[in-house]
Design a protein around this ligand. Structure first.
Ligand code: SF4
Length: 87
């Protein structure tokens, strides 16, 4: 049964805004700079933590590579089968 893999922000509190994940996704899209970025990191009001926005299109990229680029292990990969069940 085919499975769908999804990049998930599991530990956002670990993020240090290094943007290595953003650079990796842009590299895979062959884009320079942040234009059309599928991952965006923004500062929260407390200025010490960050929010991570993932465009669903990011899941068409090599998400395993994006996951491993993050030095803080913020991301996990979720697998679902056709019935939407987690594995
Ligand atoms: S690579 Fe990890 S720590 Fe760096 S910005 Fe992305 S999620 Fe945050």
């Amino acid at each position: 049964m085919p499975k769908t893999k999804t990049l998930r922000v599991t530990f956002p509190e670990r993020c240090r805004r290094c943007e290595l994940c953003v650079m990796e996704s842009q590299r895979q899209l062959e884009k320079v700079g942040l234009e059309g970025a599928l991952i965006r990191i923004s500062k929260n009001n407390d200025a010490l933590s960050f929010s991570i926005y993932l465009d669903p299109q990011v899941n068409k990229l090599d998400i395993e590579k994006i996951r491993t680029r993050c030095p803080m292990e913020v991301y996990t990969i979720e697998e679902r089968d056709e019935d939407g069940l987690f594995n």
